[in-house]
Ligand binder design. Structure first.
Ligand code: ZN
Length: 249
């Protein structure tokens, strides 16, 4: 849905272990004129230093309660969040947009239902599809609107996600450099990160999970997987066993 309303709500000082950021909070309204549907969205921006003299480091981080708050090892979110904050602090300038599209946009509770399926052998993509969700339901209109509100015309984007690269570059903001968001992987997160790389085209270094995995777990992936898809492909649904599907639906 198009973004029709946008407002800065608050701005405060936020001292952290790495630096004292400015923390800005934003409200936004999405609306569909035909269906008259409306959706509210909020997001935060951690800002440090001068964003305009040289292209600042920027990261768009999607909320992950299990990772960000509880330091879950199932995903790379917690370490990516701290990598971004630390890198921005080291550079003395940058912005981290924190947006609330948990579980690639399906929300915390649905993400936990998807975790249940992953515990039974599905990967993150198959689990989302079986629950009737898109593979990736996020849109980045609000994060990009925030970057534009901050008058950023060029930046160094820290991400492995080609959808985020596309969202920023198609808004007219110049990405002068992509910074890797790779973090060390463990036995709980390696398969998840590899799935994002192989099935969603993420740009993480393939050497990372291969380095930490034992037993050839990654060999099940095709050498050349199909590129990023936002909608559910029929063949992916068909790959899920009938018995599991009946149990869920
Ligand atoms: Zn996560």
């Amino acid at each position: 849905m198009p973004l029709i309303g946008f407002k800065r709500i608050a701005e405060v000082s936020l001292p952290t272990r790495w630096a004292t950021f400015r923390l800005l909070a934003f409200d936004a309204v999405h609306a569909d004129r035909r269906s008259k549907q409306k959706r509210l969205e909020t997001a935060l921006a951690l800002v440090l230093g001068d964003l305009h003299t040289t292209p600042p480091i920027a990261r768009i981080h999607s909320q992950c309660t299990t990772g960000d708050a509880f330091e879950s090892l199932r995903c790379d979110c917690h370490d990516q969040l701290h990598l971004a904050m630390r890198t921005i602090a080291d550079a003395g300038t940058g912005v981290l947009v924190y947006e609330y599209q948990e579980g690639r946009g399906i929300g915390l509770i649905e993400k936990l239902r998807a975790y249940e399926l992953q515990d039974r052998g599905l990967d993150t993509i198959e689990a989302n599809l079986l629950l009737g969700h898109e593979i990736d339901a996020r849109d980045y209109q609000l994060p990009v609107r925030i970057l534009r509100f901050l008058k950023i015309r060029s930046l160094r984007l820290m991400t492995n996600n080609p959808e985020k690269i596309h969202a920023v570059s198609s808004s007219g903001i110049t990405i002068v450099e992509r910074l890797s968001a790779d973090v060390p992987l463990g036995k709980h997160s390696a398969h998840y990160v590899a799935t994002k790389r192989v099935k969603l085209g993420h740009l993480s270094d393939p050497a990372l999970p291969l380095h930490v995995l034992s037993g050839g777990e990654l060999l099940q992936f095709p050498a050349h997987a199909s590129p990023s898809r936002r909608k559910a492909p029929a063949q992916a649904r068909a790959a899920v066993s009938d018995s599991l599907r009946q149990e869920i639906t």
